[in-house]
Design a protein around this ligand. Structure first.
Ligand code: ADP
Ligand code: MG
Length: 638
């Protein structure tokens, strides 16, 4: 055994650990989610590398995660047969914080801590960034990490009690893991309640159920066995049960014995690994007359039990999945603490076959998080259940950057590279389908749950408006999703509602934009239209006018901003037209005069039939921005 080498953490690490341990973040349970997710990442990596070099599988053919607690020792061991780490990687990955943005993130957290910022803000941040490996120190005051990488003959152990330093030493040969890692957490007394196998099972189910590698938990189980009725007292049969109990105890004892070896925390006795084969025995037919009479007896034992679902949720039939399952899945998938607003689980067929789930988060991320948005990837790509990447760059149109998507494709090669991915026809087809399915989901929400839909619009309405500008193919579909106030109702008016109420002979959809509903209602341009019995849409959202200009029409009806000049109603009779023409002549000198006197302020002065009570109004050019939009554009370009 080589001597243990001491290393100092990078300065940022103790700061991060301090924050995690002492401060605002109370949700200690996330440590398990983080460590399981690291194990799963390591398993993904080994599976990828094995595509090129299958020999790395030999030392450990199975890919799985196993979790075992030793309550009497306040200890938990999480083991994976993933890629492991070399000695150099141990020092680097578990001694520094590599992620960019972490320093700013910490500054923000520290500020929150001292200013007592809201817990949900902090949850959101930690959720998005992940607390990662160091979250082990939420519950443990000592952590050992034994690991074996296929490229190294030696196995190494990293160990730390938090503080400012850690040690690395070579592990004993008898602790050889074959491949992968075993992390041992020495729990703080106050967190010992998390060590019960039922609590661990709950946590895995809640936060890690979608992990696509088997997760085994060492659990107490009861089993009903059959014993011959006339031999109930017989020692043979009882012996069988006793044997099982004995075996369990022995296992436990072994672990304890190992624990006393101070330098070797890794839990790696061959017997402590889950067995991979299926040990389901055939059912015996107890009614069979030829069988001797039997009675049943319940025995308790401990064994490896797989705790995550056999099948990832996205491959299951949606009809068999309840909302709670989607909600739990969303929370672990998106690292959110709240349920999604909506989801759509579907099959894409045709050019490419794939399964997908799209989620709408409960709310728009905070401004602070949005400033990091480039770092938040919202599409996770799997190929045939194998995780490939979440770094697809700008995969979906920008306006959909708020949805969270999982895609599992059948027809892509497993070893596809990122560059290749960007250009495949298949991916293009996937992108198109997801965009459509996302819009379908919004429409369905609008139809089925107006209350939730209002929440959706409050949070993501601006995205829909941007989409109208950005996504011409889906423009008409997106337009149907908009809701406005109008002279008919103060909210919830869709274009379709408006059209259904249009007067006979009406050819245009009228709207006016204003900063508030009150101002829109009082707008001088609206008077005439209301007097003539037309409905007017009141646009009060900043991007409304912008999207109207992009849209231009709905269902063949032109969208008409009533604040712009050149407004004609098409219902004027000849008499009116003649009268207007007379008036124009009569007031021509005034128009001339105003045009010259105000030439610095207006383009031109005209006689208009748009006003009933107000003598005069300033209107925008038919092809220009209205005053409201101008104010908005100025604010944008500042
Ligand atoms: P992240 O997972 O976001 O990279 P973490 O703090 O969770 O950040 O982990 C830091 C790094 O440590 C990982 O990127 C990985 O290289 C390494 N690591 C952590 N756990 C394992 C593990 N079980 N097997 C192999 N490498 C691991
Ligand atoms: Mg991690």
């Amino acid at each position: 055994e080589s001597a243990s080498e001491k290393h100092q953490f990078d300065a940022e690490v103790p700061r991060l650990m301090n924050l995690i341990i002492n401060s605002v973040y109370k949700n200690k349970e996330v440590f398990l989610r983080e460590l399981i997710s690291n194990a799963s990442d390591a398993l993904d990596k080994v599976r990828h590398e094995a595509l090129v070099d299958s020999s790395i599988m030999e030392a450990k053919p199975e890919l799985n995660i196993s979790i075992r607690s030793y309550p009497e020792k306040n200890m938990l061991v999480i083991r994976d047969t993933g890629i492991g780490m070399t000695k150099e990687q141990l020092r680097e990955h578990l001694g520094t914080i590599a992620k960019s943005g972490t320093a700013e993130y910490m500054k923000h957290l520290e500020k929150k801590g001292t200013e007592g910022g809201s817990e949900s803000d902090v949850n959101e941040l930690i959720g998005q960034f992940g607390v990662g490996f160091y979250s082990a120190f939420l519950v443990a005051d000592k952590v050992s990490f034994a690991t074996k990488h296929p490229s190294e003959a030696k196995q190494h152990v990293w160990t730390s009690t938090g503080g400012s330093d850690f040690a690395i030493y070579e592990d004993l040969p008898e602790n050889d893991l074959g491949r992968g890692s075993a992390i041992t957490l020495h729990f703080k007394e106050e967190d010992a309640h998390l060590l019960s196998s039922s609590k661990l099972k709950d946590l895995v189910e809640k936060h890690s159920s979608y992990i696509s590698f088997p997760i085994y938990l060492w659990s107490a189980t009861t089993e009903t066995i059959e014993v011959p009725a006339d031999e109930v007292q017989d020692s043979d049969k009882d012996q069988a049960a006793d044997d099982l109990e004995e075996e369990a105890k022995e296992d436990q004892g072994k672990a304890e014995k190992e624990d006393t070896d101070a330098d070797s925390d890794s839990d790696n006795d061959a017997k402590d690994e889950p067995e991979v084969e299926d040990e389901d025995d055939e059912d015996k037919d107890s009614n069979d007359a030829d069988q001797p009479k039997t009675t049943t007896k319940t025995i308790e034992k401990e064994e490896w039990v797989q705790v995550n679902a056999q099948k990832p949720i996205w491959l299951r039939d949606p009809k068999t999945i309840i909302t709670k399952e989607y909600n739990d899945f969303y929370q672990s998938f998106a690292k959110d603490t709240e349920d999604p607003l909506a989801y759509n689980h579907f099959k894409g067929e045709g050019k490419v076959n794939f399964r997908g789930i799209i989620f709408v988060p409960p709310k728009q991320p905070s401004d602070y998080l949005q400033s990091f948005q480039a770092m938040v990837n919202n599409v996770k790509l799997y190929v045939k259940r194998v995780f490939i990447t979440e770094e697809l760059g700008e995969f979906l149109p920008k306006y959909l950057n708020f949805v969270r998507v999982l895609v599992d494709a059948e027809d892509l090669p497993l070893n596809v590279s990122r560059e290749m991915l960007q250009n495949t026809r298949e991916l293009h087809a996937i992108k198109k389908t997801i965009t459509r399915k996302a819009i379908d989901m919004f429409s369905q929400l609008a139809e089925n749950d107006p209350e939730q839909y209002q929440k959706f619009l409050d949070n993501f309405g601006a995205n829909i408006r941007l989409g109208i500008n950005e996504d011409h193919r889906n423009q008409a579909r997106l337009a149907k999703l908009l809701r406005f106030a109008s002279s008919h109702a103060d909210s919830g008016v869709s274009f379709a509602d408006y059209v259904s109420r249009m007067k006979g002979g009406q050819k245009q959809i009228y709207y006016v934009a204003a900063p508030t509903l009150q101002e829109a209602k009082k707008s001088p341009y609206v008077e005439t239209l209301l007097a003539r019995g037309y409905e007017v849409l009141f646009l009060t959202e900043q991007l409304d006018e912008y999207s109207m200009q992009a849209l231009r029409e709905f269902d063949g009806k032109m969208l008409r901003n009533v604040a712009q000049s050149g407004l004609e109603f098409g219902d004027e009779d000849d008499e009116t037209k003649a009268a207007i023409s007379e008036l124009k002549k009569e007031y021509d000198p005034l128009v001339q005069y105003l045009g010259e006197a105000l030439s610095d302020h207006i383009e031109r002065a005209v006689i208009s039939n748009r006003l009933t009570k107000s003598p005069m109004a300033i209107a925008a050019n038919q092809f220009g921005w209205s005053g409201t939009m101008e104010r908005f554009m100025k604010a944008q370009t500042r």
